[in-house]
Write a protein that binds this ligand. Structure first.
Ligand code: FES
Ligand code: FES
Length: 161
């Protein structure tokens, strides 16, 4: 066992774990963060996705001891009591069915929009292709992402007037 220090959602945490422990287990079991979920455990489905310095990673296969950057989980997206626009759009578009995959869908979408705030439909499909959904909510996922893009553009146009 060794004492790891992790920066998660703006706070510093310590966890006494085997250094090979996947980040997902530390987040869920040691820090009590239930946004990231265990699905395949093989970097195939995406439901365990978290951001490290803004980039989406599969936390089920990355040892926690290898992480040195700022980790953001689903719990860390809301700021000052306001949902991330993606979380709000997920509600507005009624995206989830069983809901199991949607940690990964939202975190992957956040990484996508942070690197490309105005993606085309093809870029959304490509950027989201690793986030699997057994309930086939892909069309609603795409609609929610496009809603966020549209609303951001409308706000930018309104503030430019
Ligand atoms: S649980 Fe990590 S990719 Fe499936
Ligand atoms: S909503 Fe059920 S797996 Fe995606």
């Amino acid at each position: 066992m060794s004492l790891l220090t992790l920066r998660v959602n703006g706070a510093t945490h310590e966890a006494d774990v085997d250094p090979a422990t996947p980040l997902l287990y530390v987040l869920r079991n040691d820090l009590g963060l239930r946004g990231p979920r265990f699905g395949c455990g093989l970097a195939q489905c995406g439901t365990c996705t978290v951001l490290v310095d803004g980039a989406a990673i599969r936390s089920c296969v990355v040892p926690a001891a290898q992480i040195s950057g700022e980790i953001t989980t689903l719990e860390g997206l809301a700021k000052n009591g306001e949902l991330d626009p993606l979380q709000q759009a997920w509600i507005d578009e009624q995206v989830p069915q069983c809901g199991y995959c949607h940690n990964g869908q939202i975190m992957n979408a956040r990484a996508l929009l942070d690197r490309n705030p105005n993606p085309t439909d093809a870029e959304i499909r490509q950027g989201m292709e690793g986030a699997l959904c057994r309930c086939m909510t892909y069309y609603r996922v795409q609609a929610a992402i496009k809603r966020v893009v549209r609303e951001a553009q409308a706000r930018a146009e309104a503030s430019a007037e």
